[in-house]
Design a protein around this ligand. Structure first.
Ligand code: FNR
Length: 342
């Protein structure tokens, strides 16, 4: 099976992928404030994160690597949506286009459609600093995501089996490239130990990519004769992952992603420590099933609802939202206790 066929399987299965209904966000509750002392028009969604100036804390997370005409079409449509809604967009893994230059057009279209937008390049942790420079140049990227996907690779019949040296390679990328580097997970979450290691080599931004949304173990298991079903339950829920990562350092920018699909979850993610929120599978489903306009109106709807929630909490901006009073109960409370996270 070719790389682009495999990646198309990912899209097909991701569209069927059921979301985990119980997420750590249910354990988080805002405490109502009767005197917010602001109006809806006082609320602004623009936010600075790690040197990137975003008009919205929501961004379109990495999807559609692999090249081919289907990747081209989805990238083009996502880029149009990103431009029209002002959202930042990460492309899927560009390794296919580094290995086969004829595939570059499937990514270049993103910059062509959105010349002034904030666009993020994407590669895996097998990439060298030369690969990183080429991926950034390909789409004139404003930042680079390096994804960690150990569980996906282990579940994939033809996946990698050796994960040695990833931290060293990431370190050389951080040292040699000029744009911010975001190290991200792909739906299994990020523990504070991982974040500590990343900070020790100079990483300043992580995307926790927690569980509760697109599940790459389930997706890859569908392609196996004998499923590794234990990996289907693997991973740390997104809310908990945000709390783990945010507990490590005040100088770290944290992106929350994995299974977010409502303004309420987005507000909670920002309030517990995320500086931005990435959404992948939910946006892809709307785009493929209902089209560009439906996705644009859902993003506008999320912005409207987020502003209403922020108004209720008296938060004029994302920084204020981080001070909103909330309580954490249930499994998330116990998790934080055992892990020594305040
Ligand atoms: C992804 N994701 C992903 N991530 C990455 O860093 N590089 C990639 O090439 C891809 N490819 C990809 C394809 C498809 C079809 C999907 C749905 C997702 C992972 C994505 O960025 C995100 O981390 C996870 O999907 C979890 O977020 P959601 O989908 O639950 O919002």
């Amino acid at each position: 099976m070719s790389r682009s066929e495999r990646k198309w399987d990912h899209i097909r299965y991701a569209l069927e992928n059921r979301q985990n209904p119980s997420s750590a966000f249910d354990d988080i509750k805002f405490i109502h404030q009767g005197l917010p002392d602001i109006g809806v028009f006082d609320v602004g969604l623009d936010h600075e994160i790690g040197g990137l100036y975003l008009s919205s804390p929501i961004f379109i997370n990495a999807m559609t690597g692999g090249g081919g005409d289907k990747t081209y079409r989805i990238n083009k449509e996502l880029a149009i949506v990103a431009k029209n809604t002002g959202l930042t967009m990460a492309v899927g893994s560009q390794m296919a286009a580094l290995k086969d230059k004829t595939q570059k057009y499937t990514y270049e279209i993103v910059r062509k459609e959105n010349p002034a937008g904030v666009i993020i390049a994407n590669l895996g942790s097998e990439a060298s600093s030369e690969d990183a420079k080429a991926a950034i140049e390909m789409i004139e990227a404003d930042a680079l995501q390096i994804h960690l996907n150990v569980i996906q690779e282990l579940t994939m019949p033809e996946g990698d089996r050796n994960f040695s040296g990833a931290l060293k390679r990431i370190e050389s990328i951080v040292k040699e490239i000029a744009v911010p580097v975001i190290v991200k997970e792909v739906g299994f979450g990020m523990a504070k130990e991982t974040v500590h290691s990343l900070i020790s080599i100079g990483v300043k931004m992580v995307d926790v990519g927690g569980s509760g949304g697109t599940n790459f173990a389930e997706i890859e298991n569908k392609r196996r004769e004998k499923a590794l079903s234990f990996f289907n339950q693997w991973g740390t829920p997104t809310g908990i992952s945000i709390l783990e990562a945010a507990s490590v350092s005040n100088n770290l920018s944290v992106i929350g992603s994995g299974g977010l699909r409502s303004a309420h979850d987005i507000a909670k993610g920002l309030a517990i420590g995320a500086d931005a929120i990435g959404m992948a599978g939910y946006f892809l489903k709307i785009l493929v099933k209902e089209g560009i306009e439906a996705l644009q109106s859902e993003i506008e709807n999320l912005h409207e609802e987020l502003k209403l929630i922020m108004t209720a909490l008296g938060a004029k901006n994302v920084s204020d939202l981080k001070k909103a009073p909330l309580v954490i109960s249930g499994e998330t409370y116990h998790w934080l206790n055992q892990r020594g996270i305040d």
